[in-house]
Write a protein that binds this ligand. Structure first.
Ligand code: GDP
Length: 203
């Protein structure tokens, strides 16, 4: 499916701008700079579908991309790029707006099949990730934890972080017990994550 159509649809700065909930959606979340844009580009095989962070923490929109189907008609499913969180310099007001938008989106989005929460292999699960996971648990939206930038750490370190993140996942009601390992740089885990996304979208 990713070899067919992948188009940017719209950016929604507030819920009233969301597209009609008519096809399945899979969302991507993670801290600013986690490698979300790079992973979206790697999954879709597009070089610059998602902008790689211009100014971290500034984009507060939900970005929608359409995958599959014929242009002008309904796609097979959509990818939702959620605004990056945990940016240290973000003003509290912006953080509050972000939380409100994301919480309401997660609670009310009936077509949202799954969320992928990206975790930097160098850092593991940080407090803002926990907050995101708790929002997802609360909204009962199933999610996968995905380690990014695996090429940046030694194998032993990666194994240690992986085990810790799996242990964290097991504490959360809506989290998958498996944790995927990826690198947009080397292509590690990209085919697997692509297959998982298609399975999650049920297409
Ligand atoms: P975003 O803010 O989450 O969208 O993160 P980006 O995709 O813009 O990536 C942030 C930085 O990390 C950029 O400089 C990327 O080139 C780099 N990066 C992203 N993914 C990887 C990866 O898998 N390996 C390495 N070594 N660098 C990566």
């Amino acid at each position: 499916l990713f070899s067919g159509r992948v188009d940017f649809l719209l950016s929604a700065p507030a819920l009233k701008f969301l597209p009609d909930p008519v096809v399945p959606e899979v969302a991507f979340a993670g801290r600013s700079n986690v490698g979300k844009s790079s992973l979206l580009n790697a999954i879709t095989g597009r070089k610059s579908l998602a902008r790689t962070s211009v100014t971290p923490g500034r984009t507060q929109e939900l970005n929608f991309f359409e995958v599959g189907g014929i242009s002008g008609e309904l796609p097979d499913f959509r990818l939702v790029d959620m605004p990056g969180y945990g940016y240290a310099k973000a003003p509290p007001k912006v953080v509050e707006q972000w939380k409100k938008l994301v919480r309401e989106f997660l609670r009310g989005r009936v077509v949202l099949k799954r969320t992928l929460v990206l975790i930097d292999s160098r850092h593991g699960v940080k407090p803002p990730d926990l907050e995101m996971m708790e929002m997802l648990d609360g909204a009962a939206v199933g999610y996968r934890l995905v380690l990014t930038k695996a090429d940046k750490v030694k194998a032993s370190e990666l194994a240690e972080v992986h085990a810790k993140v799996i242990a964290e996942a097991r504490k959360h009601s809506a989290a998958y017990p498996e944790v995927m390992i990826t690198s947009s740089e080397t292509g590690l885990g990209i085919a697997e994550i692509r297959a998982a996304v298609l399975g999650d979208a049920e297409v």
